[in-house]
Design a protein around this ligand. Structure first.
Ligand SMILES: [Zn+2]
Length: 471
């Protein structure tokens, strides 16, 4: 509709112009050499206008012809870029799904079409990584360093390659460069912290934590735990050369993390050495309340070396009761009952743990009870056999690589993971310990029935089938 109206408008204007030109009065005369040109004023205006229009059209045609090569080049470049971007998208998708056979052709096409694309370098690095071509991967990451957009990514890639090649010095330099480039990014701080701790550079690791604290890059509880572990490991390293400093560091660590085993045993040891038995006792009790561990019981008993067996047993029982129902507390309590020949009490404490995958230490205690109470070496041997087959329950296990360790260390000796060792004692909460007379043991079909007439009728024995020690 608009076009029709526009057409009519132009037609009306042209008609008016034609009428105006036809009725225009005047005469145009031009003499050049022997040539004379005469025409009416209207015709002159018409011819002049037509001439101007022709000049404009010719100029346009000439400009198009002269600019055709550049226009063709731009069109060709645009088409090439579109094909490259399409190949880049397809390649990145293939890389994300790990399709090596698809990634390589797309990467080659991107390389030939988008020669200066930073993302093309990323695709090249990913293709090389999938093909396990470390040299090509490193070359791609190195090329990324020349682009501001991909420099950080290139440093991260090179850092990973350096770690894979076990070149911690090179990794450290790359990590520091990445940290200087983006000090508020999470990755460089975490990567440098892991590297510093793996290299035993505790002061530098603590400085990183201070920086992370200022920039709020780590959660408060993570910072506190890491600081505590760093203090503990520094305390342990300083104990021989600077015992006072070692004690100070250990107590600082415990202020941050009261359940830190290494710091607690060290502090107790140094405090006892300094004649501060009461303070050592408090340290162990506080740590036991947070995280019971057999080493704490050993350290606790060592505070009072002249105790008689009943005195030591009573002291350790009081320690165990600081965290009732914890597996280590139950084991410690049962051990004290066994030491004092209180068989029923020992069984009452152990019974909640005599189900399912019974811990090796529980089996060992049952074996001791059988042997000492009933002199039943057959049943005791059976429990010992079960202890051998039971899963290990008295070691630290690395949560990263699964390696075991008898003692606590800040670093896993296998994978160098920081604070990855975790005590693997059974975590299942024990059911509420009932009284011995009303003990309700869970069904333990694998456990043989007791043959002790004295125990007949007790709830404990009703639920056992012979291999559970008898009252
Ligand atoms: Zn490990």
């Amino acid at each position: 509709m608009r076009r029709v109206l526009g057409f009519f408008a132009v037609a009306v204007i042209v008609a008016f112009a034609a009428v105006w030109l036809a009725t225009l009065k005047g005469h145009f005369a031009l003499e050049i050499g022997g040539w004379q040109i005469h025409m009416s004023a209207g015709l002159f205006v018409g011819v002049t206008t037509l001439f101007a229009v022709l000049v404009i059209i010719l100029a346009r045609i000439l400009g198009f012809v002269l600019g055709a090569p550049q226009a063709l080049g731009r069109w060709w470049q645009l088409r090439r870029q579109r094909r490259g971007e399409d190949a880049l998208s397809q390649g990145l998708i293939a890389a994300a799904t790990g399709e090596l056979l698809e990634v390589q052709p797309w990467s080659n096409r991107v390389r030939s079409t988008l020669t200066a694309s930073p993302l093309g370098l990323l695709l090249r690095a990913q293709a090389a990584s999938l093909a396990r071509d470390a040299a090509a991967e490193e070359a791609a990451y190195q090329a990324m360093l020349n682009h501001a957009q991909t420099e950080f990514l290139g440093l991260k890639g090179l850092f990973g390659l350096a770690l894979a090649q076990d070149d911690s010095q090179k990794a450290l330099a790359l990590g520091l460069r990445a940290y200087a480039l983006k000090p508020r990014a999470t990755w460089p701080v975490q990567a440098l912290f892991d590297l510093r701790t793996a290299r035993g550079e505790w002061d530098e690791a603590r400085a990183l934590l201070d920086d992370a604290d200022k920039t709020r890059l780590m959660a408060a509880d993570v910072l506190r735990r890491r600081r505590a572990v760093l203090l503990a490991v520094q305390a342990l390293e300083a104990e021989a050369a600077a015992p006072k400093k070692s004690l100070d560091l250990a107590l600082q660590a415990l202020d941050l993390e009261p359940g830190l085993l290494g710091a607690a045993t060290l502090a107790a040891r140094r405090l006892v050495y300094g004649g501060k038995d009461r303070r050592a006792q408090e340290v162990i009790e506080r740590t036991w309340s947070e995280a019971p561990h057999p080493d704490l019981a050993v350290a606790y008993a060592a505070i009072f070396p002249r105790d008689t067996t009943p005195e030591r047993s009573a002291r350790l029982l009081s320690l165990a009761r600081l965290f009732p129902r914890h597996f280590e507390s139950c084991v410690l309590e049962a051990e004290q009952h066994v030491a004092m020949n209180r068989w029923s009490d020992a069984r009452r404490v152990l019974s909640p743990w005599a189900q399912g995958n019974i811990s090796a230490r529980i089996c060992m205690l049952f074996a001791e009870i059988e042997e000492r109470q009933h002199h039943d070496s057959v049943s005791a041997h059976d429990w010992l056999r079960r202890a051998v087959q039971a899963p290990r329950d008295n070691e630290f296990r690395c949560t990263r690589c699964g390696s075991g360790s008898a003692n606590w260390h800040a670093l896993c000796s296998h994978c160098k993971g920081f604070d990855t060792l975790s005590w693997i004692a059974p975590k299942t909460p024990a059911p509420a310990a009932p009284d011995a007379g009303a003990l309700a043991l869970p069904a333990t079909a694998a456990l043989p029935a007791p043959d002790d007439p004295g125990s007949k009728g007790s709830a404990f024995d009703d639920l056992t089938h012979g291999h559970i020690p008898r009252s």
